[in-house]
Design a protein around this ligand. Structure first.
Ligand SMILES: Cc1cc2nc3c(=O)[nH]c(=O)nc-3n(C[C@H](O)[C@H](O)[C@H](O)COP(=O)(O)OP(=O)(O)OC[C@H]3O[C@@H](n4cnc5c(N)ncnc54)[C@H](O)[C@@H]3O)c2cc1C
Length: 746
């Protein structure tokens, strides 16, 4: 704590100490004032200026120190100065005192609280930044939250003192009038509760309802402004029009059709969007072929002296297309038409909040859901426009296997494709400008993935920034910067996998001035509404997660809020979002990891179990990886889980369920898991957690009890020993000794 904070604390302690020492409280009660009222009146008449000064200063001190008595002082102002002067005095004194109290709380507490609860306070801070003045005004107007609590809590936020001052003064004005006015009747009030007469309560209720009405009114006025240029059609063709038939759009229209709404789904390219045609499905099909080759290449691990597989790259790519074709009917026009969705092939354009144009026809609709997805982001690297680069959109059209492939990007898509192409025989160099692959995961995850990649012959170049693509002597070369030096990497093909950009242009959003976020996605509120309350957005075009399952998750909210929002709207729940990267080792996560916990200032304990100890993993020759669980210190509540290893994406489901339904590690430990399966790791890590928290005292006592019992029955015990030991066959013996790391963000 710095010196100025110490000084302030000492001052506060001294003043509060003095107040209690001199028992100032004896004067701060209604009876005392009533008894002294005549003398007070007389004193004020003869020493008016001094009375005003003393009153004002006392009021400021009492409120600044959050000492109980402000309500009484306010009444007193009415009693001794009358309504007008009393109101003036209290209004300024209470605002000044409140601002000082707020500043004291800010100086003493804000930094430490904001640092410690950075992430939890993020939404509060954003709220305060956006609507803080309004909330403070509401709190001031409604005398439900105590005056001093508001001052102290606001001190913890980032609200400027100036805003706090004027909003407080304005917000407290109505309440002050009521109190000071009541004070003018002091002679007739017998106790503090006396001011809560039905008339005064009614006026407070009115004051309380006012901000809610004001907010509703404000929203209605805003909406009127936004919709003003667009006359509402008298008749609507549809309840809902959905743009884009990827996972977001398909699920939205499916839900609408199920609840019997009239819905049109417009797709300009291929039904199923990215996931089916250029994303999850082809990549997973390719990964499977790659995995087979990896198994062939390590045949000796599985007891074969050798193994080989002949293949042509075009056959592998034909298989990828066959898999797409097999899944295609799930997302087809026929299927959705049968479900009751009107599917239109064509490019949709939003022409007003109530109209969408497609193939020259205008459809009127009550609601619109934008689910136009995202596309590969192509960075402006010099020379890139002069070469035929690959992206996740066109890589599936390759007929010939690239001999030397550069993959630019160390994220999930880059990693999955790097390993697949390498396993099929391409010489792959993966270039990443950050210090490690999969930067969103913990460092131990990146280390495990990179080690495996390098073992499989992949050239991983982290800390390499792509500067320029050139062609020299008929050869493509990527120039990178690495530790201040230029590195030249020759290649035949390059895959750009450095992120995905939301599709937000060319279909009417600009004309409607629909806002975008800093990352280029559509800006929506918690209900997925854009600035037009009837235009929603879901999927990759919104983010923040860009997965098929999160698109589908958002689609439910978009559909339900659009169709039933008049009755009830639902805020999107992002509390338990899982995902996986299907490399080998596979990486899956739900909730936070260690680096996020540290960044967000969340205290946690970590328990880890090493997959190398797991019987099934050993039998399968897959004894690598780990499961890491973060828990709330001292509790079994799960904050996040990372699994690295075979089938991590499937295994994490148990923890997704546990987190979603608030089940802790004790519940997982108490659940039977089939032997021998990989899923046992989920239980064993819970066992590790429990073991590290065993009740030592109780166990010492139990040990003594057993020892005493053995002495009591010594003969029979000795006979029992003659059977000899069979060894410990319990599976629990396999629970490894991974230490429980205790860590705290503090
Ligand atoms: C290589 C790769 C691998 C992936 N692997 C996985 C994975 O394993 N698991 C996972 O969860 N996610 C994965 N993803 C991400 C996943 O594919 C996306 O998150 C998901 O497809 C997003 O769905 P969406 O509906 O938001 O958008 P999209 O699927 O992109 O669909 C948007 C659709 O809108 C259409 N459209 C755009 N504009 C218009 C318009 N004006 N009018 C009409 N139609 C329009 C487009 O043609 C497109 O079909 C992967 C992505 C890639 C690229």
């Amino acid at each position: 704590m710095n010196r100025s904070k110490l000084f302030l604390l000492a001052m506060l302690a001294a003043v509060i100490g003095a107040i209690y020492y001199f028992d100032v409280g004896q004067y701060l009660n209604l009876e005392y004032f009533k008894a002294q009222q005549a003398q007070l009146d007389d004193y004020v008449v003869h020493h008016h200026g001094l009375s005003v000064l003393v009153y004002f200063a006392s009021y400021v001190v009492i409120t600044a120190l959050s000492i109980p008595g402000a309500a009484l002082m306010t009444l007193l102002a009415g009693a001794i100065f009358g309504l007008a002067e009393g109101l003036l005095l209290v209004s300024f004194a209470s605002t000044l005192g409140a601002t000082l109290a707020m500043l004291v709380s800010r100086v003493l507490l804000r930094d430490s609280i904001q640092n410690r609860f950075k992430e939890q306070l993020k939404t509060v801070n954003e709220g305060v930044e956006k609507e803080g003045a309004f909330y403070l005004f509401t709190l001031r107007l409604v005398p439900v939250v105590p005056f001093f609590v508001i001052n102290l809590v606001m001190g913890l936020t980032k609200m400027p003192a100036r805003t706090f001052f004027w909003v407080s003064q304005l917000g407290m004005l109505a309440g002050t009038v009521v109190f000071v006015n009541a004070g003018t009747q002091l002679a007739t009030i017998e106790s503090l509760s006396g001011i809560l007469s039905p008339a005064i309560i009614a006026s407070f209720v009115l004051l309380g309802v006012f901000p809610i009405l004001a907010k509703r009114l404000l929203a209605a006025v805003k909406a009127r402004q936004v919709y003003k240029p667009y006359p509402k059609p008298k008749h609507f063709d549809e309840d809902l029009v959905v743009l884009g038939a990827g996972s977001g759009g398909l699920v939205t229209s499916y839900i609408a059709a199920v609840v019997k709404a009239k819905v049109t789904l417009i797709e300009k390219h291929q039904m199923g969007g990215d996931c089916l045609n250029t994303g999850c499905v082809p990549s997973k099909a390719l990964i499977r072929s790659g995995k087979f080759m990896a198994d062939v290449n390590r045949a000796q691990d599985l007891g074969f002296s050798s193994a080989s597989a002949k293949f042509s790259f075009s056959d592998i790519m034909a298989r990828v297309q066959r898999v797409i074709k097999t899944i295609e009917p799930h997302d087809s026009i026929e299927r959705y038409s049968e479900l009751g969705v009107n599917v239109v092939q064509g490019e949709g354009k939003i022409t007003s909040p109530y109209t969408v144009e497609v193939n020259g026809i205008t459809i009127t609709t009550r609601n619109i859901v934008v689910a136009t997805g995202a596309r590969p982001f192509v960075p402006p690297i010099k020379g890139l426009d002069k070469i035929d680069y690959l992206t996740s959109d066109n890589i599936w059209n390759l007929k010939q296997q690239p001999k030397r492939l550069i993959v630019l990007g160390g994220g999930p898509i880059g990693c999955e494709l790097t390993q697949s192409f390498a396993r099929l025989g391409s010489q792959v160099i993966q270039v990443e400008m950050l210090p490690r692959l999969m930067i969103k995961e913990d460092e131990d995850v990146s280390v495990a993935v990179q080690a495996r990649f390098e073992k499989e012959g992949i050239g991983v170049r982290v800390n390499h920034k792509a500067l320029e693509f050139i062609q020299k002597d008929g050869e493509n070369i990527l120039i990178c910067e690495h530790q201040g030096e230029q590195v030249f990497i020759p290649f035949d093909e390059v895959l750009i996998a450095v992120g995905r950009a939301a599709n937000t242009t060319g279909f009417g959003l600009e004309e409607l001035a629909i806002e975008k976020t800093k990352t280029g996605t559509i800006a929506v509120n918690e209900y997925l509404q854009t600035k037009y309350a009837n235009i929603y957005a879901a999927g990759d075009v919104v983010g923040p997660y860009q997965f098929t399952h999160t698109s589908a998750h958002q689609a439910w909210y978009a559909a339900v809020n659009a169709l039933f929002g008049k009755f009830k709207s639902f805020k999107v729940d992002y509390s338990v979002i899982p995902w996986a990267t299907f490399t080998e080792p596979e990486v899956a996560r739900v909730g936070i990891n260690e680096q996020e916990a540290r960044a967000q200032g969340i205290a946690y304990e970590v328990t880890q179990f090493d997959v190398a100890e797991l019987d099934r993993a050993i039998a399968d020759e897959e004894a690598h990886g780990f499961i890491k669980v973060l828990t709330v210190p001292g509790k079994d509540k799960i904050l996040g889980v990372t699994i690295v290893g075979e089938q991590a994406g499937d295994l994490i489901a148990e923890y997704v369920m546990a987190m979603k339904h608030n089940l802790g590690l004790n519940k997982i430990l108490g659940t039977i898991h089939i032997y021998p399966t990989l899923s046992e790791m989920n239980k064993y890590v819970a066992g590790e957690w429990k073991r590290a928290r065993k009740p030592e005292g109780l166990l010492n006592f139990v040990e003594k009890f057993f020892s005493w019992q053995r002495k009591e029955n010594k003969t029979s015990v000795d006979q029992g020993r003659n059977y000899g030991s069979l060894g410990n066959t319990s599976q629990q013996a396999n629970v490894n000794s991974t230490e429980v790391k205790r860590d705290s963000a503090a």
